[in-house]
Design a protein around this ligand. Structure first.
Ligand SMILES: Cc1cc2nc3c(=O)[nH]c(=O)nc-3n(C[C@H](O)[C@H](O)[C@H](O)COP(=O)(O)OP(=O)(O)OC[C@H]3O[C@@H](n4cnc5c(N)ncnc54)[C@H](O)[C@@H]3O)c2cc1C
Length: 310
């Protein structure tokens, strides 16, 4: 069962659930000069497991000792939880009447998590589109390797026109810091355009930039544009937005949430991982039942569990 506290905080952040997929969107703002920026992480779950447990019928029947009864469990679990439970129960062929039934799934997972048998949690994957987060955040995020897959917006392929920025909470809360932030990103945007145009002019004379972008061949044209983008982007700062698609399994998400949704972590990444935690705990409450929410003195939320790094 989804914890009421989780839903309440999720909704207070503007979260909504569409066909079982949680979404916390982030509003886009713009300066007087039209430079786009965001103030908080956007977290959109775009994929989660889908199980068809009935497909195991022939396999279960093949043992001729009531294993097919496994499929008649009256209590349904979410796909992600059922997938892990089935996989774990396969290890001991616990499909008979004495197995742990779905009604006792919470206890079953408490045993798995408390005894550190985390490898079974690796079966269920969840994918998020994350945006409204800075390049400095994604630099920290992608340090997490085990069980993760990433696809991040390229500053070489993507033109400077599509670049947005992220304002830190500290700057949002102070008029002067906010004014300086807006001035800074306007200046960066303007300088980017100036540098890009200058580079384009010099493409003929500077061989390192390639020949020219007047090429007919579209592949070559892209290559030449990349040479301009990759040079002009040098002036982007850590506040540049870096949208990223991240896929990870439950074991990896749990470990990373524990590392990042606490007060030792940097505040922007902490805010992001708290939102990711809420989305996952709403979709898979049993798999995150051991987590407690903490509200720190600085107003940010975090989580803790006594069963770390399963
Ligand atoms: C508060 C905080 C401050 C930090 N400060 C710094 C800093 O100043 N400088 C810096 O460089 N980094 C810093 N980091 C990053 C940190 O050192 C890790 O690189 C990052 O958190 C990834 O975590 P992980 O090592 O658990 O890797 P994950 O990829 O998340 O791996 C999960 C687990 O899998 C196992 N594993 C993964 N890969 C291997 C492997 N190759 N060999 C053996 N076991 C493996 C480990 O048990 C690991 O804990 C910081 C992180 C945090 C949370």
């Amino acid at each position: 069962m989804i914890k009421e506290e989780h839903l309440k905080i999720f909704e207070s952040l503007g979260g909504k659930i569409i066909e079982g997929f949680p979404i916390i969107n982030s509003q886009v703002y713009y300066t007087a000069q039209g430079t786009l920026y965001l103030k908080e992480p956007g977290v959109i779950m775009i994929a989660q497991p889908k199980i068809r447990i009935e497909n195991t019928e022939e396999f279960l029947k093949g043992y001729q000792n009531e294993f097919e009864e496994y499929l008649k469990d009256p209590n349904k679990l979410t796909s992600g939880t059922q997938l892990i439970k089935f996989s774990a129960q396969l290890c001991y062929m616990s499909f008979g009447p004495k197995r742990t039934w779905n009604k006792d799934a919470e206890r079953y997972f408490e045993n798995i998590i408390s005894s550190g048998h985390g490898s079974v949690l690796e079966h269920s994957y969840y994918t998020f589109l994350l945006y409204g987060i800075s390049r400095s955040l994604t630099h920290e995020l992608i340090r997490h390797r085990a069980g993760f897959a990433y696809s991040q917006q390229s500053q070489r392929y993507v033109s400077g026109n599509l670049i947005r920025f992220v304002e830190r909470k500290e700057f949002q809360q102070d008029q002067e810091l906010h004014r300086l932030f807006e001035m800074r990103i306007d200046k960066i945007k303007k300088e980017y355009d100036e540098i890009y145009n200058l580079l384009k002019e010099k493409q003929e004379s500077l061989s390192i930039l390639g020949q020219s972008d007047k090429e007919e061949n579209s592949h070559l044209k892209t290559e030449l544009r990349k040479k301009l983008n990759q040079c002009a982007r040098a002036i982007f700062n850590n506040e540049t937005e870096a949208p990223i698609v991240v896929t990870a399994n439950i074991r990896a998400w749990r470990h990373t949430i524990e590392m990042r949704a606490n007060n030792y972590a940097e505040t922007e990444i902490r805010e992001l991982f708290f939102r990711i935690f809420l989305c996952l705990a709403i979709v898979e409450p049993i798999l995150f039942k051991d987590y407690e929410i903490i509200k720190y003195d600085d107003g940010f939320y975090g989580v803790k569990t006594k069963w770390k790094k399963v």
